[in-house]
Write a protein that binds this ligand. Structure first.
Ligand code: PEP
Ligand code: MN
Length: 399
């Protein structure tokens, strides 16, 4: 059987070297014939909620794992994550007296861009890198690391399990009711294209894989598949902006992804690093001046602040993250642009992945390091960062 799927024929960065084209095509055809994961109506409602964040009458909390494991589609796991997101959103909403939109990095955050295609183990063995559960498995074993197209179908099934639980527990945005929305990095061509559906609510198509999709720092090339794919769907989309992002990049992204759309369509997610935010953010904001009040500015204080712990693990320092959020608020307000929200990696588990201050970089070990990819905030660290953010948000005049 062949099923026509949405195709964007441009070079795509960060795609796994799938072993079999034939199996890949059959998985794609299967995905194209399945029901949508999310409804177009909730996708459109999220755009309206994001428009408020663009205008300063709402705020976004987007958070969850760096790499969501398939095992976490177990009901107790996804519920714990949705509860954490809801509690932190309540903290923000109460202290800042603003509606807070919850967007989980869950129910589909199964694919990871990587800086290197291979990983060298301590004994010198070289393995293909782990690219997220939608592609391969994290175990240090050649068979586990082989990209397997069957995992794309498994990703759909695990997302379904998460969504079913969220729905049953009243955690999912539905009909007119606002609860949590889902999001993930739109990375894999062969997962995203088959899940595009005709939009019953507006002209064109929407991605049924999540309410909101974002494009990562490593795949936001203006001539590549990812930005073009985002243009072809009506969902709200985000784009990560690292320290290498230029004002021209921002201008072009706004033209391509926000021009002709209502407010809330495009979120610019800055992850410049604590040391660079005050210096680099002003020119990026100025480059988006034509789209003021329509683009949402989100602060990701995690990805520009990744450093090595003495143990060799990747970590992040809370004081750096707090500084990046603080500078983000200061710079946006100096430009009379509302800070639209926060994008974080966090977990309801009591992990030791991020450290509280620079002295933590030299400790012997990070004993409860569980992330398969980047270091996440523990529940206490997430609460601390959100408390600082709520304070900044509540003081509308000067941060
Ligand atoms: C991420 O969000 O996990 C990620 C890889 O981010 P970035 O694209 O900003 O590096
Ligand atoms: Mn990450």
């Amino acid at each position: 059987m062949t099923t026509a799927t949405h195709r964007v024929r441009l070079p795509a960065a960060q795609q796994p070297p799938w072993a079999s084209d034939e199996r890949l095509e059959s998985v794609r055809a299967g995905l194209a014939s399945l029901p949508p994961l999310v409804d177009a109506s909730a996708v459109h409602r999220l755009r309206v909620e994001l428009a408020r964040a663009a205008q300063g009458t709402g705020f976004v909390l987007q958070g969850g794992d760096c790499a969501e494991p398939f095992l976490d589609s177990a009901p107790a796991r996804i519920t714990a994550k949705a509860d954490q997101l809801a509690d932190l959103a309540d903290l923000l909403a109460t202290r800042a007296a603003l509606p807070v939109v919850r967007i989980g990095r869950f129910a589909g955050q199964y694919a990871k861009p990587r800086s290197h295609p291979a990983e060298t183990l301590a004994d010198g063995t070289v393995l293909p890198v782990y690219r997220g559960d939608a592609v391969n498995r994290p175990e240090a074993d050649p068979a586990a690391r082989r990209p397997d197209p069957a995992r794309l179908r498994a990703a759909y099934d695990h997302a379904t399990r998460c969504l079913d639980t969220l729905l049953l527990q009243g955690h999912l945005a539905q009909g007119a009711g606002g609860a949590a929305y889902t999001s993930h990095e739109a990375l894999l061509v062969d997962l995203e294209e088959p899940l595009v559906r005709e939009d019953p609510e507006a002209a064109g198509h929407y991605s049924s894989s999540a309410h909101m999709l974002w494009i990562g720092e490593r795949t936001r090339q203006l001539d590549g598949w990812h930005v073009r794919f985002a243009e072809t769907v009506n969902n709200p989309v985000g784009v990560k902006l690292g320290p290498g992002a230029s004002p021209d990049d921002v201008r072009d992204l706004c033209e391509r992804l926000a021009r002709g759309h209502s407010a809330g369509r495009l979120s610019l997610i800055t992850r410049l690093g604590a040391a660079e935010t005050a210096r680099r953010l002003p020119a990026l904001i100025e480059a988006a001046a034509d789209f003021a009040g329509r683009v949402v500015w989100l602060c990701d204080p995690m990805h520009g602040n990744t450093v090595r712990h003495a143990s060799g693990r990747k970590t992040r320092v809370m004081t750096d993250m707090i500084r990046e959020v603080t500078d983000f608020f200061t710079v946006l307000r100096a430009h009379d642009v509302p800070p639209g929200g926060l994008h974080v990696e966090m977990t309801p588990d009591d992990v030791t992945e991020c450290v509280d201050d620079p002295t933590g970089l030299a400790t012997d070990a990070l004993p409860r390091y569980r992330s398969a990819c980047d270091p996440r905030l523990s529940p206490a660290q997430a609460r601390d960062l959100l408390t600082v953010t709520a304070g900044l948000l509540a003081r509308k005049d000067t941060p």
